[in-house]
Structure formats: structure tokens, C-alpha cells
Design a protein around this ligand. Structure first.
Ligand code: HEC
Ligand code: HEC
Length: 301
């Protein structure tokens, strides 16, 4: 009896294993066809933008003052606002969180919390506009950086900031995009961006026997519609729809790129993008990087 059921169970197990094995061996269908459909034939409609407004650093500067960012980050974004020196992180630690669960409120040790300096290239080259937007929306846990959610929106991790009349300071989605692009302008100078623009439009470099500027391919407006760009858009699907890598007006992509990534892409090149390794100096590369971001927002100068 016992022997029978064991053999039976073994048989069932064998059947299951062999059917899984057979299923794994089935030829996969439709791969060839799926690839064929990605051929650049008809330009498909563009993806909708995740950013609800064209960000404006000019508008952002006003919000920076009105929403009291200046109090901590300072009038010029150096992290030296009037209350910067006195800021501490909310008194929270694993211990206070644990006792909170038991309904006991403890006061944690309050550590100094220093506001970001938006002129610091080491930090700013690792930020993307999108990561800054998220920080402003949610605040940053365990630091003095408050959350600025929309009216009716849930507060995030950060402390809540109260305005002069005792009400919480709120920002709309649009206002948060404007204000972070104002902060973005601090990461470079007006002169550097102007230099980047000049190089982008006029510095011709020999690429396979042709003297090309960045604008020859990427277009003076950054939309990939330069004379060579138009040729390229016949074979690059994204360029035909005006979106994707190398289309600098694509805010969905560019707002999520860090300057370090953009820099590296210019140095390395890719399938259709020449490598500029050894052809441009470090300063020239950063000037180009900073200029490229100005295609997605209204730059003040
Ligand atoms: C009460 C002080 C305070 C106010 C007001 C404040 N911040 Fe901050 N902010 C901070 C602190 C402190 C940090 C650094 C947090 C950390 O240690 O990571 C910070 C960090 C940031 C960062 C992240 C920067 C980076 O490099 O990662 C952004 C973006 C930012 N603040 C934007 C804003 C904006 C926009 C406003 C106004 C709408 C604002 N802050 C208002 C204190 C403040
Ligand atoms: C021959 C045409 C051509 C020239 C010249 C050219 N690019 Fe490109 N570039 C491209 C193409 C095409 C892409 C898209 C990536 C791909 O398809 O390989 C691209 C991608 C890029 C990207 C990557 C964007 C991203 O975030 O994914 C950057 C940055 C870039 N180019 C900057 C520049 C700069 C700066 C110059 C001038 C110094 C330049 N390119 C010159 C064709 C060109």
C-alpha cells in the first residue's frame, strides 16, 4: 500500500517535471516579427510629457523667494540662508521610532542639518532635475529639508514648513518644476552656458571626413533636426518621432539624466553618435553639458 502510493507519487512528480521541461523547450514565437515591427517606418505619435508645464527658471526664482527656500538655501542658493546655521534634523532615530510604536514619544538627538549649496558641482553633477523635483515634493527624511506637497496632497517624509501666517507652505506640481530649474541654473554660470552654446553651434570637428558641429546632427534647437539629423531620423526611430536619446527637447528623458551621464555619453559616443574622447577638454565638455539642459526649460539669459 505504502509502496504503491510512493511509486504513484514518483510518477506524478516525473510527469510534472517532464511537462515543465517540454514547455521550456517550446520554440518561442513571434520574436522575428516583433523586431520587424520596430523598423523605422512611420513616425509614431510622441509619448505625453510627464512634466505638466514648460519649466521656467525665471518663474522659479520668484517661487524660490516666496516659498522661503531662501531662508535656508540663501538668496543665491549657496546654502547660507539666515536660518541655515540653526537647522537641525528632526529628532528621530531607530529608538524613537520603536518607542513611537509602543505609543511612547521620546526626544531623539537633534543633529545639525546643512542646506544644500546648489553651486557645488560635485553634488549637482549627480543630481537630475527629476531627483530634485522629488526631493522638493517629498522632503528628505532625517534632514531639515521640508516637503512641499500640493494643496490637499499628503506630506512626504520631510518636516512641514509653516509660513508667516501659520499656514503650511504648499507648492503645485508646476511650481515645483519651475523652482528646481531655478536652482539648476546655479550649477553653472551664464558665461559657461554661453560658451557651450557657441561650441555646440560652431565648433566643427572632423567626423569620418566630414566637418560636423553638434548642431549639424542635434539641430540648433536641440530637436535632432539639424541637416545631418534629418538624414539620421530615417534610420533612428526615436529621432523620427522627436523623442529619445540625443533629442535634447525630450523632457521626459533629459529631466532624468544626470550631468555625469550626459558628459559620459559625449565622451563615449554610441552607435550613431561619434565619440569625442580626446577631442574636447574637460571644461569644454561641461560647458556643452550645461548648455544641453537649457533646451528643456526657459533659461533666464
Ligand atoms: C527649513 C530649511 C529648508 C527650506 C525652507 C528648504 N530647504 Fe531644501 N534643503 C534643506 C536641507 C537641510 C537640505 C539638505 C538635506 C540633506 O542633508 O540631504 C536641503 C536639500 C534640498 C535639495 C536637494 C539638493 C541635493 O543636492 O540633493 C533640493 C533640491 C532642495 N533642498 C530644494 C529646496 C526648495 C526648492 C525649497 C523651497 C521650495 C527648499 N529646498 C526649502 C533645507 C531647506
Ligand atoms: C553625426 C551626428 C552627431 C554629431 C556630430 C553629434 N551627435 Fe550626439 N548623438 C547623435 C545621435 C544619433 C545620438 C543618439 C544616440 C544614438 O542613436 O547612438 C546622439 C546622442 C547624444 C547624447 C546622448 C543623450 C542622452 O542623454 O541619451 C549626447 C549627450 C550628445 N549626443 C551630445 C552631443 C554633443 C555635445 C555633440 C557635439 C560635440 C554631438 N552630440 C555631436 C548624433 C550626433
Amino acid at each position: 500500500m505504502l509502496g504503491m502510493s510512493l511509486r504513484f507519487r514518483l510518477l506524478v512528480a516525473l510527469l510534472i517535471i517532464s511537462s515543465l521541461f517540454l514547455a521550456a523547450c517550446q520554440p518561442t514565437v513571434g520574436v522575428g516579427r516583433a523586431v520587424a515591427r520596430l523598423e523605422p517606418t512611420l513616425p509614431a505619435p510622441r509619448d505625453p510629457s510627464v512634466v505638466p508645464v514648460r519649466p521656467s527658471a525665471i518663474e522659479g526664482r520668484r517661487i524660490f523667494a516666496r516659498a522661503q527656500c531662501v531662508q535656508c538655501h540663501g538668496p543665491e542658493g549657496l546654502g547660507d540662508g539666515p536660518i541655515a546655521g540653526a537647522l537641525t534634523s528632526p529628532g528621530k532615530s531607530i529608538m524613537t521610532d520603536f518607542f513611537r510604536l509602543l505609543g511612547i514619544q521620546l526626544r531623539g538627538e537633534r543633529l545639525p542639518s546643512r542646506p544644500a549649496n546648489f553651486h557645488n558641482p560635485v553634488a549637482m553633477r549627480l543630481n537630475s532635475p527629476f531627483s530634485m523635483y522629488e526631493t522638493v515634493t517629498r522632503g528628505r527624511p532625517h534632514t531639515a529639508m521640508p516637503a512641499f506637497p500640493a494643496e490637499g496632497g499628503k506630506p512626504g517624509y520631510g518636516a512641514t514648513l509653516f509660513g508667516p501666517r501659520g499656514s503650511e507652505v504648499r507648492l503645485t506640481d508646476e511650481e515645483r518644476w519651475h523652482v528646481i530649474f531655478h536652482e539648476w541654473t546655479y550649477a553653472s554660470t551664464r558665461e559657461e552656458v554661453a560658451r557651450g552654446k557657441r561650441m555646440y553651434e560652431t565648433r566643427a570637428i572632423d567626423i569620418d571626413g566630414r566637418a560636423l558641429t553638434c548642431a549639424s546632427c542635434h539641430g540648433t534647437r536641440g530637436d535632432g533636426r539639424g541637416p545631418v539629423g534629418v538624414e539620421l531620423s530615417k534610420k533612428i526611430w526615436g529621432w523620427a518621432r522627436g523623442q529619445g536619446s540625443g533629442v535634447f527637447t525630450d523632457i521626459n528623458l533629459m529631466s532624468q539624466r544626470k550631468p555625469t551621464e550626459v558628459y559620459q555619453r559625449i565622451v563615449d559616443g554610441s552607435a550613431n553618435m561619434p565619440s569625442y574622447r580626446g577631442k574636447l577638454t574637460d571644461d569644454e565638455l561641461w560647458a556643452l553639458v550645461n548648455y544641453i539642459y537649457t533646451f528643456i526649460y526657459d533659461y533666464p539669459w
